[in-house]
Ligand binder design. Structure first.
Ligand code: MN
Length: 343
């Protein structure tokens, strides 16, 4: 292990927010219709304590302060995306407008620091055809490297075919979707509300891995074979589950409880999903992921400003893997998957 050998660190799940989105969140949080999980999140993301205020000011900064922090943490390139739940807490009209605004803000930030920043587009699933159009504009005209959706939208998941115009566009543009967590959807959040279990340590992963499994089981990858989904947090637990998912899926097929798919759940996962390290600083979790997925499906992410970038970098700088694997996870996989060649 030698720090000197690390030529480039690319971090691919790095969050920002616009002032307008934060203001709209406040309105939703003040309304009696606020979803219970988001209501809990409101205390965290818009709290008045010094920690929450610092996170919020860091989210708003996509300029000099962000670059200075990247310099301090040793991050060469950050791929930015709208923070959870982004525009998905809003009505369709507001969400569509604010996704577009956020993409313009992000494109301007990237243009100001083109060697240090890249972007993933925001879209509003509430208006699927509009989301598909905005995705095309973001990729073709704004130079975004993919797009990000924060799991459920008003309790609905993307396996519902009304959302498939988004996948049709992603498939045609051959651009990856980062399926990012948020708190569990309204229909399952109740038992997560105690003990803080709705939050990032557990509830987010349950919600997002469920969403990923719904995508695998619904047949969307047969229809759109170029779809690529990125999961954070070392795959939200799924690399650990793959063998058992196949095993019990086959039993359910045998007894007629589930329709047989063209391929096994694990085969869809291995072909269509890649994972990032965001917030997971566990050598056993990384090694299992390398063994199950292959090292070329794993990218580094710091999850700034929610996680300690210093801790994430120290972990990947020093964890017992080969130098070649370290370079792949830190840089070359992200360059390939997000087509960062211009960076
Ligand atoms: Mn994140």
């Amino acid at each position: 292990m030698s720090i000197k050998k690390i030529v480039k660190r690319i971090a691919v799940e790095e969050a920002f927010v616009t002032e307008e989105i934060a203001q709209e969140w406040k309105k939703v949080l003040a309304s009696k219709f606020v979803e219970p999980g988001f209501k809990m999140m409101g205390h965290t993301i818009l709290g008045e304590d010094p920690g929450a205020r610092m996170v919020h000011s860091r989210l708003l900064d996509v300029g000099a302060g962000r670059i200075a922090q990247m310099d301090k943490d040793g991050i060469d390139l950050a791929v930015l995306s709208i923070t959870s739940p982004g525009v998905q807490a809003f009505d369709a009209v507001t969400a569509t407008r604010l996704a577009k605004d956020a993409n313009d803000v992000l494109a301007a930030a990237v243009a100001a620091n083109p060697t240090r920043l890249a972007g993933l587009a925001a879209v509003a699933p509430q208006y699927p055809e509009g989301a598909a159009q905005e995705l095309e504009r973001a990729i073709r005209s704004l130079g975004m490297k993919g797009f990000l959706i924060n799991s459920h939208t008003h309790g609905e998941y993307l396996d519902d075919q009304k959302y498939w115009p988004i996948f049709e566009a992603a498939n045609a543009l051959d651009t990856p979707l980062y399926l990012h967590p948020r708190e569990p959807s309204p229909s399952m959040v109740a038992p997560f509300l105690d003990y803080g279990l709705y939050f990032a340590g557990f509830g987010f992963a349950v919600e997002t891995s469920l969403h990923a499994m719904r995508l695998i089981m619904c047949g969307v990858f047969d229809k759109y074979p170029k779809l690529k989904i990125v999961l954070g947090h070392m795959g939200e637990g799924l690399p650990f589950w793959l063998q058992r998912l196949d095993n019990r899926y086959l039993l359910q097929v045998k007894i007629g409880a589930v329709k047989k798919m063209a391929r096994l759940p694990s085969e869809y996962f291995l072909e269509h999903f890649v994972v990032t390290t965001s917030g997971v600083m566990s050598a056993p979790a990384l090694k299992l992921s390398i063994e199950v997925l292959g090292v070329d499906r794993i990218m580094f992410a710091a999850d700034y400003p929610y996680e300690s970038v210093e801790e994430g970098v120290r972990f990947l700088d020093t964890v017992d893997i080969t130098e070649k694997q370290r370079v792949q996870i830190y840089a070359t996989n992200a360059e390939r998957i997000f087509r960062l060649a211009s960076h």
